[in-house]
Design a protein. Structure first.
Length: 359
């Protein structure tokens, strides 16, 4: 099979075609087809996350995607990155913060192509080992046709879990994620057999604790396995959600996780990033001395404003389960319960203890 991107660029009667004119929707669909072609050509298993499949499953209103999310077989991730790079995709420049704080995926761009390629090693919120998660999702995969190529995607129940995790992670930072989560719960419309299957799947991939009451709102009621409740990644997830996925929380987590010898460097990057990193985060900056100083001061103010909530998120996420009924825990949780459990009914919202305190 020919490379779909090359085939599109050299299509008959399209001699004056330039990739720069391609519409974002076309780029996303054709990009899915190309990735599938590339993976098949090299014997690498991939699954496309979110994107067009969500509308196909009636889980989200149709809308243009801005990137191509690909979950790659963890054992083959490095190989797929290599073949994509050889085919013309270039990894985006990253700030020191991104390299330190985001390890689950990497973004790639192609000259004159209007959407990114986001290659995932694993998906945040699934607490089972990445290899186990991928094998579980792969064993129940489905297909959709994009760019005249049959592309591998998670099945509908797996797509529900992935979208729920994605929305919950950013629900307080971006209002659209709260609306997206509400739409998902309303649109899922699961049969009793599908509810049972969703419960089984959530235990296999390890997201009973991370999704909490979102699963309850979908009609799923299953106990979280002990290994999931004891997972360090669960503590990190709860803190991330309670903080609104703020950069301040991520820096605090990175500082605590860093070896003692590296902590001063983490603090320096957090408080006073390099000119290069600041411009990467804010491309409109010209690099002038006064302008850069103002940008740094504004960044510091935002960080200090978010600091109390970030500290509270760490405290809430790490308090022992047996303290869940103390007045201190109830006062702390009351501040962040809406962030962690955005899908609760009005009656449930009167209870200050989020689901994570009951696991």
């Amino acid at each position: 099979m020919a490379d779909p991107l090359e085939a599109r660029a050299s299509a008959p009667g399209d001699a004056d075609f330039t990739v720069g004119r391609i519409l974002i929707g076309e780029a996303v669909e054709l990009g899915h087809a190309w990735c599938q072609w590339l993976a098949d050509a090299h014997g690498i298993r991939i699954l496309f996350l979110k994107g067009p499949a969500l509308a196909e499953y009636s889980l989200r209103s149709p809308r243009p995607s801005t990137d191509i999310d690909v979950l790659v077989d963890p054992k083959k991730w490095d190989e797929f990155v290599a073949v994509a790079t050889n085919a013309g995709w270039v990894e985006r420049e990253y700030t020191a913060a991104t390299q330190l704080l985001s390890t689950h995926s990497r973004n790639f761009v192609r000259e004159n192509w209007p959407c990114d390629l986001d290659l995932h090693r694993h998906y945040p919120g699934f607490l089972a080992p990445p290899e186990n998660v991928f094998e579980t999702l792969w064993s129940r995969r489905s297909e959709i046709e994009l760019g005249k190529v049959w592309c591998q995607v998670p099945d509908r129940n797996a797509a529900i879990l992935i979208l729920a995790l994605h929305s919950l992670r950013g629900v307080s930072a971006q209002p659209r994620h709260a609306l997206e989560l509400r739409e998902l719960i309303d649109q899922a419309r699961l049969s009793s057999a599908e509810v049972a299957d969703l419960g089984l799947l959530s235990r296999l991939v390890g997201c009973v604790s991370t999704l909490g009451r979102v699963l309850n709102d979908l009609g799923v009621s299953v106990p979280a396995p002990e290994w999931e409740r004891d997972s360090p990644e669960l503590t990190q997830w709860r803190g991330l959600v309670a903080s609104g996925a703020s950069g301040t929380y991520r820096w605090l987590h990175a500082l605590r996780a860093a070896p003692r010898a590296n902590r001063l460097g983490v603090v320096r990057e957090a408080l006073w990033p390099s000119d290069r990193d600041l411009i990467l985060d804010h491309p409109s900056l010209s690099g002038g001395v006064v302008e850069m100083r103002r940008a740094r001061m504004a960044r510091l103010k935002r960080g200090l404003k978010a600091l109390p909530r970030a500290i509270m998120a760490i405290v809430v996420s790490e308090l022992p389960h047996q303290w869940r009924f103390t007045s201190i825990r109830m006062r702390i949780v009351r501040h962040s319960a809406e962030v962690v459990d955005p899908g609760r009914s009005s009656a449930a919202r009167q209870d200050p203890l989020p689901d994570r305190a009951r696991s």
